[in-house]
Write a protein that binds this ligand. Structure first.
Ligand SMILES: [Fe+2]
Ligand SMILES: [Fe+2]
Length: 453
């Protein structure tokens, strides 16, 4: 969905900032076909499906056609059509028309076929299944930390392997930093979408924004307009935070995305905090999953340690949030921070890796690994498995509740040794002091672990 208020300014600024280049010429059919197609949710997963795509600027009008899926290919007379909301967007690789539709009024647990396009230029037909809405159903979803760099070359394999390992996953959840420069298509969104390919057309995806989806990755302000053009996420966040801070209820779970890149601005922080508390207080389902991009405690070796969002940490503890899924550190770290809950997870899907800073809170760590998470949910339990890109189980635990309703975490007893070797570039990228203290820190971490056992 597009943020109308930013449109006029963004059209100018976008063209100037990125050095406008001529669009592909008429006759270049490839670009007239819809591409960067992805499905997500703006509203209830049992009865709706949002669809986004882009076309060449010449394709000003575009449509979604859909129907309840049939085995027969002779379904032309059953197709319904919705005209997309469409907007031109000048970017570093040309002017594109971005299109979005939120299909509503669908039946729960039903397979639909859809395609997007117009005239002679249509996507292939793809399928999606609406949520059952049944709170008793056991299902799973997939989580991915930062993809960000070498997206096509190396990030892609994590997404493919995750879906091959868990083809029944109901949706994909990303922890932000999908790309390195959120304001650029070249080497960024133009790699991210082909990376997902047909997967993004068949599996709904949700994401919280990373700092790299902002024009200034360091400031956490100025979200790139590509975010709103590329995706259609819920608009149920605090006013002015739509499609950044939002929640989706899928059967018995609530997934909450918080754009805590805005945390440093007191008004934004207060608005997100108050909104989050309301969402936690009102929720009557079984499990809440919160995702925000930055980890609660910095765990990359070259970052200043400390709790980043103390008010949110207190809120998660008060409402017994079971699991918080984050990224940004470019490594794996998992544990609880001075409190029985929540379990914090920091993960990374792409190839860029950092060396670990062994914070006291870390129960399991890893680096020089591409990872994804399979999270299976039932009314009784959450079964969390972190797998490497080659399918090995790297971490595993179960969350349940005791008779009093308190959260219980059971970590798999036979996890193999952690991959703690720093990335190949460690010595060039880090200050000498951080490199020299590595051996002693590692030794302390391992000895503390063996004492804890
Ligand atoms: Fe990142
Ligand atoms: Fe980041």
């Amino acid at each position: 969905m597009f943020k109308k208020i930013i449109l006029a300014a963004a059209l100018m600024v976008g063209a100037l900032a990125y050095g406008f280049r001529p669009q592909p010429q008429l006759g270049n059919d490839k670009y007239q076909y819809p591409h960067h197609i992805n499905i997500a949710w703006e509203s209830a997963p049992a009865t709706s499906q949002s669809v986004n795509w882009r076309t060449h600027e010449l394709q000003k009008e575009s449509f979604v056609e859909y129907l309840e899926a049939t085995a027969s290919p002779f379904f032309a007379d059953q197709v319904q059509r919705i005209r997309a909301e469409s907007d031109a967007h000048p970017a570093d690789d040309g002017v594109w028309n971005y299109h979005s539709v939120n299909i509503t009024g669908l039946q729960p647990n039903t397979l639909y076929s859809y395609r997007v396009g117009n005239g002679n230029f249509w996507s292939e037909w793809s399928e999606f299944r609406t949520a059952s809405g049944d709170p008793e159903e056991t299902f799973s979803f997939l989580y991915f930390g930062d993809v960000q760099r070498d997206i096509f070359s190396l990030g892609s394999r994590t997404i493919r392997q995750a879906v091959l390992a868990q083809p029944d996953a109901k949706f994909l959840l990303f922890g932000g930093d999908l790309v390195h420069r959120g304001g650029l298509n070249k080497e960024n969104w133009n790699e991210f979408f082909p990376t997902g390919g047909w997967i993004f057309q068949n599996y709904p995806m949700l994401s919280t924004p990373g700092n790299h989806e902002h024009l200034n990755a360091k400031s956490g302000i100025d979200m790139s307009e590509h975010w709103y053009y590329n995706f259609t996420f819920p608009r149920n966040g605090p006013e002015g935070h739509e499609e950044e801070t939002f929640y989706v209820d899928y059967n018995n779970i609530r997934v909450i995305s918080l754009n805590l890149n805005r945390y440093r601005y007191p008004e934004d922080r207060a608005a997100i905090l108050a909104w989050t508390e309301e969402r936690l207080k009102e929720f009557k389902g079984d499990w809440v999953f919160i995702t925000h991009h930055h980890a609660m405690d910095a765990s990359a070796r070259n970052r200043k340690p400390g709790i980043r969002f103390p008010e949110f940490k207190a809120l998660y503890e008060k409402y017994q949030v079971p699991l918080v899924l984050t990224g940004h550190e470019h490594l794996y770290a998992r544990g609880r921070i001075d409190h029985p809950s929540p379990m914090y997870v920091v993960s990374v899907a792409g190839p860029f890796q950092n060396a670990i800073q062994f914070g006291d809170w870390i129960e399991r760590a890893g680096t020089s690994l591409q990872l994804y998470q399979e999270i299976e949910v039932s009314p009784e339990a959450v079964h969390y498995v972190a797998k490497t890109v080659v399918g090995e189980v790297y971490d595993e635990f179960t969350i349940s509740r005791d008779a009093g309703g308190d959260l219980q975490y059971t970590v798999h007893p036979d996890l193999h040794a952690e991959s703690l070797l720093p990335p190949a570039s460690f010595e060039e990228r880090y200050d000498a002091e951080l490199v020299e203290s590595w051996d002693a820190d590692l030794k302390n971490y391992l000895s503390k672990k063996s004492t804890d056992k």
